[in-house]
Design a protein around this ligand. Structure first.
Ligand code: KIV
Length: 279
């Protein structure tokens, strides 16, 4: 079991320095209690806008709001003390231009205390990334399969299978790296492209469905814990939480119905009567 023992919270600068070194480990978390568990094992925690799908049962991440991100970002900051916390900018909160992006990113950092934000997009977002970084906002990029563009991508599709797609992906990653992002999430990318990007950009690359070639890896916590029946090919279930939860919930229901819970040890009794006063 590998745990981290640093007491100082990691920063975007610490993560950026890890290029080509020890692999960077990350998971998503949306709650104080899960953040508290993963904090000891990861380098950064992503409060991803996947919370819309995972926590709220939405079909896409598009309806997620800044308020939802801030609420869960605060919870994750309260629950963790060591890992860098990165909060996703939700769809519609940064694409209009650099000023809108700065206003909303500053709002997120002020109201959560998180150390960085993440936004989706390649070449077309590079100007915005540079604007934010120059004004003190650490930015994590996200290229490849970008779930906020699902309507223009035509679904959750692996990126970079053809020559043109590969060229565009490499341009996207290079543009975000040159703009000053401290890290780039690469999602749903074929291995040779992920490898080429990782070898040629100076920014650390964090893969999710992007092969072992990346500088680090991230998964959605609930997926790797086995809370969802269906998971994409790139997810390995490291746990089987769904079965554990079902076992506990059905055990509770059975005992309540059988009248065996609560037992005496779970039941309060009145205080023992006081002895009568002497004399
Ligand atoms: O929102 C999220 O969870 C993400 C990860 C998939 C990287 O962006």
């Amino acid at each position: 079991m590998s745990t981290q023992t640093d007491t100082r919270r990691l920063t975007a600068v610490d993560i950026a320095k890890r290029k080509g070194g020890e692999k960077i480990v990350s998971l998503t978390a949306y709650h104080a209690h899960t953040a508290g568990i993963v904090d000891r094992y990861v380098d950064f925690i992503l409060v991803g806008d996947s919370l819309g799908m995972v926590m709220h049962g939405l079909e896409t991440t598009l309806p997620v709001t800044l308020e939802m991100m801030i609420l869960q970002g605060r919870a994750v900051m309260r629950g963790s003390s060591r890992a860098l916390v990165v909060v996703d900018m939700p769809f519609g909160s940064y694409e209009e231009g650099p000023e809108q992006a700065f206003r909303n990113a500053a709002h997120v950092l002020k109201n959560t205390g998180a150390g960085a934000i993440k936004l989706e997009g390649g070449v077309h977002m590079a100007g915005t990334v540079a604007f934010l970084v120059r004004r003190g906002i650490p930015v994590m990029g996200h290229v490849g399969l970008t779930p906020q563009s699902i309507n223009t991508m035509g679904g959750f599709r692996v990126q970079g299978r053809g020559d043109e797609g590969q060229r565009m992906l490499e341009e996207d990653a290079r543009a975000i790296s040159d703009a000053g992002a401290f890290a780039i999430v690469m999602e749903g990318i074929v291995e040779p492209v992920a490898r080429r990007i990782t070898e040629t950009v100076s920014t650390v690359t964090i893969g999710i469905g992007a092969s072992p070639a990346c500088d680090g890896q991230i998964l959605v916590l609930e997926d790797m814990l086995g809370l969802n029946d269906w998971v994409p090919k790139f997810v390995k279930k490291f746990g089987s939480l769904r079965e554990h939860i079902e076992g506990a919930v059905s055990g509770f229901a059975d005992e309540v119905r059988a009248g065996t819970f609560p037992a005496q040890e779970h039941t309060y009794q009145p205080s023992a009567p006081k002895p009568p006063a002497k004399g």
